[in-house]
Design a protein around this ligand. Structure first.
Ligand code: IMP
Length: 432
């Protein structure tokens, strides 16, 4: 049963790219199943930093096949560009190594224009999207009006006609809002070169995966975003428009549940969030700045896709517990433990207090969540630099206690932690 599903347990940006890269070392296939180029997965390798938005992180392993599943929304121009820039730095990308589902949906220039228009119309209540056209593309998908990657296999006139008609109908909305409209022909033309470049990569990835699984191959499902941004399970409406949770991996790839062996939740050792929406443990001031970093390093807390500074706070165990229940993690991993080094004490939000009542899970409405006051448990910090630790036993006692306490509060084993951005800066419990 060789599927490992990797899920972000928080609001995205948990460091999933580096974890996928680690798991890919012993996998045959890495498959992305949700989202689009709103994601930014960073992998540091031999001093080089790779920032991937659409192509699965498995592409950096020469023997791994990367799959872009039907659950994704794909901007063909940005994908073709990303493939080209990976090639330029020596990454081998061929139709044998990268397979794109024919059932993923295409993000058109109309979707991007609509994303901006909707955000502008919301004013102070805006979601804070990445403005990549993600929401409008999923809206067209569920409204049965989308254009799919498989449509790039149609003859050029027909594909162009579909794009033109999608852009024309969006223009009506844009002009109603007094916004600049798009030139349908020019916008459609800009997609034709990308469509030609991507055509050889498009296949039925569900059948491909099924056959590979039946042949005993192992698959890592690469989650993007995070559980708390899930369209159903996140703090709606401050969410993305896809299902970046364990169930989403199955529908987003078209594979059956009986192949799943492990569901690995990746959580950062503290909390971060970009965009609007409730975040009960958010901090202001010195500690927030300390967690965020200055922006000088690629691992500092600034968006990989948008460059926005991330909101930072203490680890929210109430939210983690919820992520455990939504995904059924068999195991969790804590990333960026090294960032906590040097803090005198660390806090874990073990419950919320709302109107005098304690909650171990998030309350059912955002209104209540907005009023939630974290109930903190304080643990001692550690001073030592832990970035060189490679065994659990080498970590300071306070760091081990922190990890073990989170595992106990979530009732899920934490068998690995990351202590730096490089591929080898990982500590596995079993290795101690
Ligand atoms: P959208 O996915 O661009 O529609 O954005 C919806 C919300 O999800 C916004 O709050 C974004 O900041 C957030 N979001 C989307 N993708 C990511 C990600 O990869 N990491 C963190 N937040 C994300």
């Amino acid at each position: 049963m060789p599927i490992t599903i990797l899920i972000g347990a928080q609001w995205g940006d948990e460091g999933k790219g580096r974890v996928v890269d680690w798991l890919a070392g012993s996998a045959d296939i890495v498959a992305r199943y949700a989202g689009g180029d709103n994601a930014g997965h960073t992998v540091a390798l031999n001093g080089k930093v790779y920032k991937l938005h659409l192509v699965p992180s498995g592409i950096l392993h020469s023997r791994v096949v990367s799959i872009m599943g039907n659950g994704m929304v794909i901007n063909p121009v940005n994908l073709a560009r990303e493939m080209q820039s990976l090639r330029a730095i020596g990454v081998d990308i061929t139709p044998e190594r990268l397979v794109i589902s024919s059932r993923a949906h295409i993000i058109t220039p109309a979707h991007i224009a609509l994303d901006s228009a909707k955000e502008a119309a919301l004013g102070d209540d805006k979601i804070g999207t990445t403005l990549r056209g993600i929401g409008p593309a999923y809206l067209d998908k569920t409204g049965r009006a989308g254009i799919r990657t498989g449509d790039m296999l149609l003859d050029v006139e027909e594909f162009t006609e579909r794009l033109v008609s999608a852009i024309e109908s969006t223009n009506q909305v844009l002009s109603q809002q007094g916004r600049e409209t798009l030139d349908p022909q020019a916008a459609a033309q800009s997609y034709l070169d990308a469509a030609a470049a991507l055509r050889p990569y498009i296949k039925d990835t569900s059948v491909y995966l099924h056959q590979a699984l039946r042949a005993g191959k192992s698959v890592v499902c690469e989650g993007a975003q995070g559980t708390l941004l899930d369209i159903d399970h996140g703090s709606y409406p401050f969410v993305t428009s896809s299902s970046p949770t364990a169930g989403g991996a199955l529908t987003g790839l078209g594979v059956g549940p009986l192949f799943v062996e492990k569901v690995l939740g990746v959580a950062k050792a503290f909390s971060t969030r970009v965009g609007g929406g409730p975040m009960p443990t958010e901090l202001e001031g010195e500690i927030a700045q300390r967690l965020r970093g200055s922006g000088a390093n690629f691992w500092d807390e600034f968006g990989t896709t948008t460059g926005r500074p991330r909101r930072c706070g203490w680890l929210d165990v109430v939210m983690l517990r919820y992520a455990v229940s939504v995904n059924g993690f068999s195991e969790m991993m804590l990333t960026k433990l090294d960032i906590l080094s040097g803090l005198d004490e660390l806090k874990l939000a073990v419950a919320y207090e709302i109107d005098g009542q304690q909650y171990e899970y998030p309350p059912v409405t955002n209104e209540l969540l907005q009023r939630a006051k974290p109930v903190y448990e304080t643990l001692p910090g550690w001073r030592d630099d832990i970035s060189g630790c490679r065994e659990f036993a080498q970590l300071p006692l306070a760091a081990r206690r922190y990890v073990d306490r989170v595992a106990a509060l979530c009732d899920v084993p934490i068998n690995s932690v990351s202590v730096g951005p490089e591929r080898d800066q990982l500590v596995e419990k079993s290795a101690s």
